[in-house]
Design a protein around this ligand. Structure first.
Ligand SMILES: Cc1cc2nc3c(=O)[nH]c(=O)nc-3n(C[C@H](O)[C@H](O)[C@H](O)COP(=O)(O)OP(=O)(O)OC[C@H]3O[C@@H](n4cnc5c(N)ncnc54)[C@H](O)[C@@H]3O)c2cc1C
Length: 302
């Protein structure tokens, strides 16, 4: 099958791109790694593709005000290997799991976030870190916290005439540790279940947040500080990874039961996704906590 006919425009500025998006049936073309298959299968029939790849300011990756700012046409692979991205360890941990190198060479970080596939890695990273989405439209620019951005499967607050110009990820501070894990049938496939974890340890205090993906219609984010503190009370403040995983196991089972709300499908039953999620959670929360301890001692981020 071939794509239905469409017009193609390649504006040179954000303002021109927004003007083109005002046309009826217009759609943004970023890396094309999700949109082109949609067109080829005729699952979508936009009348105009607005290719944003000739807008210089949208390709930028910058660090400002404690944030890594990733522009709309910045490639996933470029971000993965960018020096500034080392300051957002969770992004670095997650990017190798996104498809294959060839996909990441074209696919953009913002495109993945805007596409909002429930099984995608980068929306979960954005949710876990409480990243800020910068959305531009004819009325101006608004900043949307990740927690308010995803509204369902493949759906976000971005309006038909708007453009996600940038995602701003907070850079990690000393005392922060991260974990990321997923299970897919083959490397590069979308995950059956996955978790992104952020932990901050300051003296005796510990704060922990998780985002689970592949298990609901959008990333599911939870504060799990209380569960981690309880596990540490059992395993001790300086546990080994296996001891902490064991202490977290019951909590992880309970969280998994709460967050997994997909019905079973051809790939996995609900019960299997629960087991995967629980296993990934106990492992990655334990790892993130131990990294946060080392990070606090060394004054670096991990
Ligand atoms: C074989 C294969 C395997 C893959 N595996 C994975 C995987 O394991 N994990 C994963 O997460 N992804 C995977 N992908 C998808 C890949 O990550 C895509 O790159 C990503 O989902 C979309 O990014 P893109 O830049 O290609 O966007 P496009 O395909 O150009 O656009 C996708 C959608 O988002 C909209 N859009 C894009 N950018 C913007 C913007 N700035 N503002 C508003 N709307 C915008 C488009 O209009 C379109 O509706 C895979 C793709 C393929 C082909």
């Amino acid at each position: 099958m071939k794509a239905a006919p469409f017009a193609y425009v390649r504006p040179g500025s954000t303002q021109d791109a927004l003007a083109e998006l005002g046309r009826d049936g217009a759609k943004v073309l970023a890396g094309g790694q999700s949109l082109v298959p949609v067109l080829a299968m005729r699952l979508g029939r936009p009348s105009v593709l607005v290719d944003i790849n000739a807008v210089p300011e949208l390709a930028r990756i910058t660090r400002a005000d404690g944030q890594l700012r990733v522009g709309a046409s910045a490639r996933q692979r470029h971000v993965q290997h960018h020096a500034a991205a080392a300051e957002v360890p969770l992004l670095r941990l997650a990017l190798p799991w996104v498809g294959h190198r060839e996909i990441r060479s074209r696919g953009t970080v913002c495109g993945s976030v805007a596409h909002a596939d429930p099984s995608a890695e980068l929306p979960a990273v954005a949710a876990c870190l409480d990243a800020t989405m910068v959305v531009a439209g004819a009325e101006g620019v608004r900043e949307v916290p990740a927690g308010e951005f995803f509204t369902g499967a493949m759906s976000t607050v971005i309006g038909a005439e708007e453009l996600l110009t940038e995602v701003r990820f907070p850079v990690a501070a000393p005392g922060e540790g991260h974990g990321f894990g997923e299970f897919a049938r083959r490397h590069g496939d979308f995950a059956l279940a996955g978790v992104a974890v952020w932990v901050r340890t300051t003296g005796e205090d510990v704060v922990a947040r998780i985002s689970c993906f592949g298990v609901s219609d959008r990333p599911v984010t939870r504060d799990v500080s209380a569960q981690l503190s309880e596990a540490l009370a059992t395993a001790g403040a300086r546990p080994t990874e296996p001891d902490l995983r064991r202490a977290l196991a019951d909590h992880a089972d309970q969280i998994a039961d709460e967050v997994v709300d997909t019905g079973g499908d051809a790939h996995a039953s609900t019960a299997y996704r629960c087991r995967l999620t629980a296993g990934l959670l106990s492992r990655e929360v334990a790892r993130a906590y131990l990294k946060s301890l080392r990070s606090a001692e060394e004054g670096t981020s991990r």
